[in-house]
Design a protein around this ligand. Structure first.
Ligand SMILES: [Zn+2]
Length: 323
């Protein structure tokens, strides 16, 4: 059978800082890609326009018109409805207060069928089908970045619960503990999320704690502490950075081990901006911090870094057309 363009799919990963688009074959090969910064102003229409532009550019790079694609999958933050393509409560996107028909809007702009899934779920699925999770039937994806997202594969299938499963960032690691960006207290993300770590670093810096974190940020012309800046500060043996990363690792150890105690998955895949940047040595550190909390400690799960890296989200989104 001739595969042709009809077998190619589009994938869009909508993040809080960037939009990554890719044209992907059923085997997961990427033939064109493009990225755009996520708009910081405006509303859902502006975000969808930037997404459509990125996908059109990726399609041009692959040499295919967008309306010839077998479908376009989107991994989006917020409350995503796979049946209707509506996205609500995407609080890290500009002006996204109510529910917005993302699927229909993109479909009208690009002339192809669009399916919308949760960003972390689709990235976990990509690792399961094409990446570090291939050898396993059950796994937990932990995306350690701006926040801490989680995705689950149980018995070979994505587990989404009633739509909100996998929110491992909001597993409680300390009752009455640090304030989480979600507004609650003591969540794992309140210690391990990049955004929460940055807030804590700013607070300590303002109190007079010495750190190179903000000098490095200024040198690089950035306005936030990216994963690269944290890495650089650790290379300089910056004490505050070391302290806050250690605090994050302890929280990840407790939270991920608790999830493993509940689910007994075969493997844990660590992805996300910080997870991929820090890589293997830090996955080992997370495993070490998990160990005291594991109920069955002689048989810990396999631990891996996400293999598909930055493109995992877009590739995973294209897999929404595999089902
Ligand atoms: Zn929380």
């Amino acid at each position: 059978m001739q595969a042709g363009n009809a077998a190619l799919r589009g994938g869009i990963d909508l993040g809080g800082t960037k939009i990554q688009a890719a044209i992907v074959s059923p085997a997961g090969e990427v033939s064109g890609e493009a990225r755009r910064p996520t708009p910081t102003e405006g509303g859902p229409e502006d975000v969808c326009a930037a997404m459509a532009e990125a996908l059109a550019e990726a399609a041009e790079a692959a040499g295919v018109p967008t309306d010839s694609l077998a479908g376009i999958g989107v991994g989006s933050p917020g409350d995503t409805n796979e049946l209707t393509g509506e996205v609500a409560e995407a609080s890290n996107l500009p002006g996204w207060t109510g529910s917005f028909p993302m699927g229909q809007t993109l479909s009208d702009a690009l002339g192809a069928t669009v399916r919308v899934g949760n960003d972390v779920d689709v990235a976990t699925e990509a690792e399961f089908k094409l990446g570090a999770g291939k050898p396993y039937d059950s796994l937990l994806g932990v995306f350690w970045g701006t926040g801490v997202g989680g995705g689950l594969i149980l018995d070979g299938k994505r587990w989404t619960g009633r739509g909100a499963a996998g929110e491992i960032g909001h597993v409680v690691v300390e009752r009455g503990g640090a304030r989480c960006p979600c507004g609650r207290k003591g969540c794992m993300e309140a210690y391990a999320g990049r955004k929460a770590m940055e807030a804590k670093a700013r607070e300590e810096h303002e109190k007079g704690t010495k750190t190179k974190l903000f000098e490095i940020m200024e040198e690089r012309g950035r306005d936030r502490l990216t994963s690269g800046i944290w890495e650089r500060a650790l290379e300089h043996d910056d004490e505050l950075a070391e302290h806050l990363v250690h605090r994050a690792l302890k929280a990840l150890g407790a939270g991920v081990a608790s999830a493993v105690n509940l689910l007994d998955v075969e493997a844990v895949i660590i992805g996300g901006g910080l997870g991929v940047r820090f890589g293997e040595p830090y996955v080992e550190k997370i495993a070490k911090h998990m160990h005291p909390h594991l109920f069955v400690d002689e048989r810990p799960p396999a631990m891996h870094v996400a293999q598909l890296g930055d493109l995992g989200g877009a590739i995973g989104a294209s897999l929404l057309f595999d089902e």
